[in-house]
Write a protein that binds this ligand. Structure first.
Ligand code: IPM
Ligand code: MN
Length: 359
């Protein structure tokens, strides 16, 4: 039987709860479906580790991760460690060093989810944001000039390389073509960002001509945020830079009723390195430790992992179970208006997997 080696990094805050509980989904799946066996190695990296050791992960952390099949991440960041230090010491190095240059973030209103929007005319919300995940505004470069003086200034660089921009835009068109989707929207801001986004648009225009069957449009990101609210049903594939994709996908998750729902897959499409799967939400220190964080984003991210690992039957089994639990509204955490705990929601998903898998 295929053995899948998973490195699990619960991280900080609610990440510890959602990943800790959700791992039971994998054991249930392997008991119910002979597709694969999961060997999970849980690593205690994160802000607690930082306070003990002075770094977010061991110096050979990337080496430890490099040969696994997939990485699962809960969330990173906690008061006591500046967020840019925690994120810059674990999350971003993994995305960057493992060349996980595509961040797939579905925005799909599953049955049983209540959008805060008034959706009329039977319109659905079902699109994906493909976020550039290796460079752009997140390249991490910059400098402080004349520190402490009257002319003090900081420079935060954005790097947009031909390789980096082309590959994410091409991925978006290939994604649309493979799924028979008719349109790709590019999030831009070339009216104000006169180098980076003008360049982004230029490459988008070059590549769109290779896909004449796909309707391609560039929309200013500010207007696009408005359209997400006013006409989300018009979107199929949205391609965005690192920062724009980040902001748009919290909005996307809010359209589904909670930040706790949405999954994400940090993908190295060439599979030269492991990919990483994590909910889009943060560590939520305000509710950390109370046991009521929504595990849906984490569980859905696990389904994306199964898809990436080419275990489609397991993926479908998990998504069916998750959809059924949401659809019947039996177990839901407070962010969705319910009273269930994280554990209770995961219990329901596991039970549903068992029922669905019964011959
Ligand atoms: C996300 C998160 C991260 C990001 C933070 C924690 C740096 O918000 O995965 O969306 O901005 O990428
Ligand atoms: Mn984010």
């Amino acid at each position: 039987m295929r053995k899948i080696i998973i490195k699990a990094i619960p991280g900080d805050g609610v990440g510890i709860e959602v990943l800790g509980e959700s791992l039971r989904v994998l054991s249930t799946l392997e008991q119910c479906h002979a597709g694969a066996r999961f060997e999970v190695d849980t690593l205690d990296w994160g802000c607690g580790y930082y306070l003990r050791h002075g770094s977010m992960m061991p110096p050979d952390g990337l080496e430890v991760l490099k040969d696994c099949d997939s990485i699962l991440l809960g969330a990173i960041g906690f008061p006591g460690v500046p967020d840019h230090v925690s994120v810059g010491g674990l999350l971003l190095p993994i995305r960057r060093e493992f060349d996980q240059y595509v961040n797939i973030r579905p925005v799909k209103l599953l049955d049983g989810l209540d959008s805060p929007l008034k959706l009329t005319g039977g319109h659905a919300i079902d699109f994906v944001v493909l976020r550039e995940n290796s460079e752009g505004e997140y390249c991490g470069r910059g400098s402080i000039r004349n520190e402490g003086g009257p002319d003090e200034a900081v420079v935060q660089e954005s790097w947009f390389t031909r390789t980096g921009v082309s590959r994410i835009i091409r991925y978006a068109f290939e994604y649309a073509a493979a799924q028979d989707l008719g349109s790709v929207v590019s999030a831009t801001k070339s009216n104000a960002l006169n180098y980076s986004m003008v360049y982004w648009d230029k490459i988008f225009d070059e590549i769109r001509h290779e896909y004449p069957q796909i309707h391609a449009r560039s929309i200013y990101v500010d207007a696009l945020a408005g359209f997400f609210v006013l006409k989300p049903h018009e979107f199929e594939v949205v391609v965005a830079s690192n920062l724009f994709g980040d902001i748009l996908t919290d909005l996307g998750s809010a359209l589904l009723g909670s930040i706790g729902i949405s999954p994400s897959a940090n993908i190295n499409p060439e599979k030269r390195y492991p990919s990483m799967f994590e909910p889009i939400h943060g560590s939520a220190p305000d509710i950390a430790g109370t046991g009521v964080a929504n595990p849906v984003g984490m569980i859905w991210s696990m389904a994306m992992m199964l898809k990436h690992l080419e275990l489609p039957e397991m993926e479908q089994l998990l998504m069916q179970a998750l959809g059924d639990v949401l659809g019947t509204r039996q177990a839901r955490t407070p962010d969705l208006g319910g009273t269930s705990t994280t554990k209770e929601v995961v219990d329901e998903v596991c039970t549903r997997i068992e029922v669905l898998a019964r011959p």
